[in-house]
Write a protein that binds this ligand. Structure first.
Ligand SMILES: [Zn+2]
Length: 211
C-alpha cells in the first residue's frame, strides 16, 4: 500500500482528516495531547487561525501574550501559543518553514477596500470565514481577536515596516501543533487575491488530527 507522505511522522492514530477547500472556513475540536497537522497542499497558502479553550471560550489565543512570552515576533518550532489567561494552548512541535506570522492580522472586506479600492468590497475575506465558523457556537465579531497566519510571510523591515510578501511555503509542506489543553480551532483558508499571501490564487489545505 503506498504511504501517504502527508502522514509521515505523525504520532498515534489518525482521528480526523479533512480537506478545507480554497476560501473556506473550518472549525474542529482538538483534545489535549492530540496533534493537528496543517498541510499546505499546493504551496503559498495562508491559513488564518484562532484558538478557543473548549471549557470556556472566553479564554482564547492571544498574539500579545505569545509574542511577550517568547520575546520574539515570529512563531517557530517550539513556540507555545498562549491564551489571554497566560496559559499555553498549543505548541508548534514541527514546522517545514522557518517561521509563521501573528502580526499581519486577518483580511476583511473593510481592510480590502482601504488597501485595494472600493471595487474589492464584495470579495470574500477571512473575517467573514471566522464569523461563519464561529456562528454555530454563539461567537460573534467581539470574539475575533488577533490571529495566527500559518504559512504567511510578514517580514519586519529594518525601519520597522511590515511587508506581506511571497510565501516561504511550497506544495506539501506542513506545520504540526500539539494541543496543551482541550481547544476549538477555527480556521479561515484565506481567500485574499489582492496581495501575494496566497500567490494570488487561493488553494485547498488539509487538516489532520492524530491521537
Ligand atoms: Zn485572509
Amino acid at each position: 500500500m503506498p504511504l501517504d507522505p502527508h502522514l509521515a511522522g505523525l504520532p498515534g492514530a489518525i482521528v480526523h482528516d479533512d480537506i478545507v477547500p480554497a476560501r473556506a472556513p473550518w472549525l474542529h475540536p482538538v483534545a489535549a495531547g492530540q496533534t493537528l497537522r496543517i498541510v499546505d497542499l499546493e504551496g503559498n497558502q495562508a491559513v488564518d487561525f484562532l484558538i478557543y479553550a473548549a471549557a470556556d471560550d472566553a479564554e482564547r489565543y492571544s498574539a500579545q501574550d505569545t509574542v511577550a512570552c517568547q520575546a520574539n515576533l515570529f512563531l517557530r518550532t517550539g513556540t507555545r501559543l498562549m491564551s489571554n489567561e497566560g496559559r499555553p494552548m498549543m505548541t508548534i512541535i514541527a514546522s517545514a518553514i522557518p517561521y509563521h506570522d501573528t502580526i499581519g492580522g486577518a483580511c476583511s472586506c473593510e481592510s480590502n477596500t482601504l488597501r485595494y479600492g472600493h471595487h474589492t468590497k464584495s470579495q470574500h475575506a477571512c473575517v467573514e470565514n471566522f464569523l461563519e465558523a464561529n456562528l454555530g457556537q454563539g461567537r460573534g465579531k467581539r470574539d475575533i481577536v488577533s490571529n495566527i497566519n500559518f504559512f504567511m510571510n510578514v517580514p519586519v523591515e529594518a525601519d520597522g515596516a511590515l511587508g506581506i510578501v511571497d510565501g516561504l511555503s511550497a506544495p506539501g509542506l506542513t506545520v504540526d501543533l500539539r494541543a496543551e489543553m482541550d481547544v476549538i480551532v477555527v480556521v479561515s483558508n484565506c481567500p485574499q487575491i489582492n496581495n501575494p499571501c496566497n500567490a494570488f490564487n487561493p488553494t485547498p489545505v488539509r487538516m489532520i488530527i492524530s491521537a
